[in-house]
Ligand binder design. Structure first.
Ligand code: PLP
Length: 462
């Protein structure tokens, strides 16, 4: 057919001006593949009666767009304007500059990960964090694994899941939690090899319930911070210090899974108090487990702090090797933990705390400043922006019922599907912007927006 001649051959295109630029950027192989796919499509279109000249003129732009789309990462940075500061699906904590620098250095250089610089002999990879964790929590000893789920797994396995007779782990029925992402306490216990013994009832558990259940087969009493829900009304739980007394009297270790586990008292930053790790240690727990990437504000990791003999037993468990951390995260964690040595500047330097501590008034001023600029960008597209108040959440299970007053932008448009359409457009940006839909509008909570230009630049691409 006549129209086919308007299309270039693969070699003509690759050697032409458009092709050369694309080859320099994406490589010959990728350009050839993209070209073949488009040329096949265009030949079909010509057979269906379209004009070859017009199609050929579109070719360079189409190929460039195909290749750009393919090169673009789904892991590109985005703006978390959901209002949930520690959003598990968006990667939880963003790290302090100090931690980012330490991670980059660790990635690009050899370092003394398991090497003792004084003696020249072998060192321990956990030692870089052990001392800091002991210093910051008041615990006797500490060990580190891949995440807090792994911390719970290896601790239970060590205390109750190994040896010929599996031992029992006692947990209150009110604390048999499921956290998102398929972490269910009963399942973890089963995989750890521990026999679950449920204590008390869903809403009420008393000291005598634990006392009656302790036998020679008891390996551990587990307390779980019910971090993502709250039981209210006619309730009773046994406080950690009382549980510690019961455990001690029976000679059974008490483990307290804190989950988010803050190292500082959040009430200093205008937030509701969460139990701190040092409090849990001081209350008599033999082991305390918590996450690295929740309130602590570091990379993904799981910490176990507590009694030296138990920590040493955990370190001897072969699972430890399977759950160990790499040098990048160890370096980032060391830098993050060191920030806690200077509490006065912590909220300035640790992004999680800085965002959580931002006063609502400051965020409202930012919303008022940004609303007209965002409105001007959205108007031509049929949408509007206005400042609004909203409620942020810590996220990742910390203080789930409590919200933090915040402010943001309320984006609206005509038609019932306007919020969904706009949300999809914002997800497709070079720097995706993620909000949440409420009452027929797309809400952008500005608590986590570090500077105004980041949002105006991202939306300017619309
Ligand atoms: C979040 C959480 C975990 C799991 O921690 P990860 O670091 O996400 O593995 C375990 N227990 C509790 C109570 C939690 O809140």
């Amino acid at each position: 057919m006549e129209g086919f001649r308007a299309l270039p051959s693969v070699d003509q295109f690759l050697n032409g001006a458009d092709g050369a630029g694309l080859v320099a950027r994406h490589g010959r192989h990728a350009v050839r593949e993209a070209l073949r796919a488009r040329l096949d499509e265009m030949r079909d279109a010509i057979r269906a009666g379209e004009a070859g000249q017009i199609l050929a003129a579109r070719l360079p732009r189409l190929i460039a767009a195909d290749l750009e789309a393919r090169a673009r990462s789904r892991l590109r940075p985005m703006l978390n304007l959901t209002g949930t500061v520690l959003h598990t699906n968006l990667g939880r904590a963003i790290l302090a500059d100090e931690a980012v620098r330490a991670a980059v250095t660790a990635m690009a250089n050899p370092l003394a990960l398991e090497f003792d610089l004084e003696s020249g002999g072998r060192g321990q990879r956990d030692d870089h964090l052990r001392g800091l964790l002991i210093e910051l929590t008041g615990a006797e000893d500490a060990t580190i694994v891949n995440n807090n789920a792994a911390a719970v797994l290896i601790a239970l396995n060590t205390l109750a899941g190994t040896g010929p007779d599996r031992r029992e782990a006692l947990v209150s029925r009110g604390e048999l939690i499921e956290i998102g992402g398929a972490f269910r306490m009963p399942d973890i216990m089963a995989r750890a090899g521990a026999k679950l013994v449920e204590i008390g009832t869903t809403n009420r558990t008393h000291p005598r319930d634990y006392e009656d259940a302790i036998t020679a087969a008891t390996g551990v009493i587990l307390k779980v911070h019910t971090s993502n829900y709250r039981i209210e009304g006619f309730t009773a739980e046994v406080a950690a210090p009382d549980l510690a007394r019961i455990a001690k009297a029976a000679g059974v270790p008490l483990m307290n899974d804190l989950g988010a586990g803050s190292l500082v008292d959040l009430s200093h930053y205008g937030l509701r108090r969460e139990p701190t790790v040092s409090e849990a240690v001081a209350e008599g727990a033999d082991l305390v487990t918590f996450s690295g990437d929740k309130l602590l504000g570091g990379p993904q990791a799981g910490f176990i702090v507590g009694r030296r003999d138990l920590i040493q037993a955990i370190n001897r468990n072969p699972l430890k090797r399977a759950l160990r951390l790499d040098k990048i995260r160890i370096a980032a964690l060391e830098a993050t933990l060191k920030l806690y040595r200077d509490p006065d500047r912590l909220a300035e330097r640790l992004p999680v705390l800085r965002m959580l501590a931002r006063p609502a008034g400051e965020i409202a001023a930012q919303a008022a400043r940004l609303a007209p600029r965002i409105d001007a960008i959205l108007r031509p597209l049929g949408f509007a922006a206005a400042p609004c108040t909203c409620e942020s959440q810590i996220g990742s299970g910390a203080l789930p019922v409590d919200t933090i007053p915040s402010a943001g932008l309320r984006l609206t448009g005509t038609g019932g599907d306007a919020p969904d359409r706009l949300a999809a457009m914002l997800r497709g940006l070079a720097q995706p912007v993620i909000g949440h839909i409420r009452d027929g509008a797309l809400i952008l909570d500005l608590r986590c927006l570090q500077d105004d230009a980041a949002l105006t630049n991202a939306l300017a691409q619309l």
